[in-house]
Design a protein around this ligand. Sequence first.
Ligand code: SF4
Ligand code: SF4
Length: 475
Amino acid sequence: MDKQIKVKNITSEVKVQKPVDLQPDRFNPRNRIYVRAVSGLHQLLRRRIGFVGMLAFMLLPWINYHGQQAVLFDLIDQKFNIFGLTLLPQDLTILAFIFMIAAFALFVVTTFYGRVWCGYTCPQTVWTFIFIWFEEKFEGSANQRKKLDERPMDEDKFLRKSAKHGSWVLFSLYTSLTFVGYFTPIRDLLPDFLTFSASSYATISILVFTACTYGNAGWMREIMCLHMCPYSRFQSAMFDKDTFTVSYDAARGENRGPRGRKQDPKEIGLGDCIDCNLCVQVCPTGIDIRNGLQYECINCGACIDACDGVMDKMGYERGLIAYTTERNLEAHSEKTNPFRAKLIGYVIILVVLSSALVANVAMRKPMELDIIRDRNQLYRQTFEGLVENTYTLKIINKAQIEQTFEVIVVGLQDFELIGKTEVSVEAAAAHDLPISIVMDPFLLKKPVTEFEFVVQVKGSPDLSLAQKTNFFRSK
Ligand code: SF4
Ligand code: SF4
């Protein structure tokens, strides 16, 4: 009983086994995705759409309309020129309609065809693919780029990297100059910037946007789509069983595995996927579409082209990865329903909004009128016993040319008007016109008499605006 139990001293320090981080750190440059180039129908379409979009972006600010920049968003003077249309802060409804139409157009497209906006037209995608094109020109294919990055620095690597980054910076600079040219007249901006005489506002904007373009398209790439783009987060709310998305047909592809070209996959218990991983290597967001629908997928179709190429080589039918719907995949016999309530609802709203915008623009007058009364004094008694009321007419010329306006008083008789009744206002500018009306108070039946100021474009009585106001006399 007096046997002692041996006691072993142990350290109080507890070692915790940290879980292995299965998700690679995307911000670490060593975990960069080396996107493999692929060709095919969808890539051709994507390149063509991207090219047209980029060309439009680059050329639009250089187009003149009626002697001035056709598209110019002048934030400092608070006026937007869109060809013949000048939008001022008073035209907020038109801008609101434009934004709502853009949002609902995106909803319609997303509900019908998933994130094709992201894959084919989003500037982030278009610019990323342009930067990858430069990368390929100077550093070679995906495998060559990976090897180059793993290699220690030498003269060849230094020259290739310098050429790549130089081309990225130049392209970013040109992109930025064009972008700022939508907000500052581009025909002045370019020579001013090149001769270092641009305003500090323009210079800082150009440098900031150059850095943003270089960072986004050169380094951030899919990180923007995965972690920063809000659209990727809420787009799934628009998806339903009939939305066309890039999907892998697991029923046909599984079991995946390598096999000889002449072997019958069914005989060896395999599906049509040869597990070549090409669909993953060409994916700009680095995902494996065989794992099902993922929010990272931008519907670009690169994996479809890669897989179709493999299917052709193997002599299998194309479409193992395709734009298809969940309903099609679940039951191959069931047809996708393009006319569902949600989509019809979005289309109706889009049509209503577009019609309202067209009506708003069509009925828009090339001027705006605001009447401001003298707030300190409703009326003034003159030495002759007459009554004088003073007004300021704020006339805004919304046209892109100077216009002359005539002022007419309707609803008063036997009055004297003191001030100008004709005024010229510069294009997209406002003019304050002071006017006084003097009347004999015995000619007025009531203490307050309502009347109208009518402002019309000289020589065009159809282009007129009327606004009611009051004439006050003593009780
Ligand atoms: S490209 Fe096609 S065959 Fe190759 S792994 Fe992807 S799905 Fe399978
Ligand atoms: S999974 Fe396919 S469609 Fe989706 S982003 Fe990757 S390559 Fe593009």
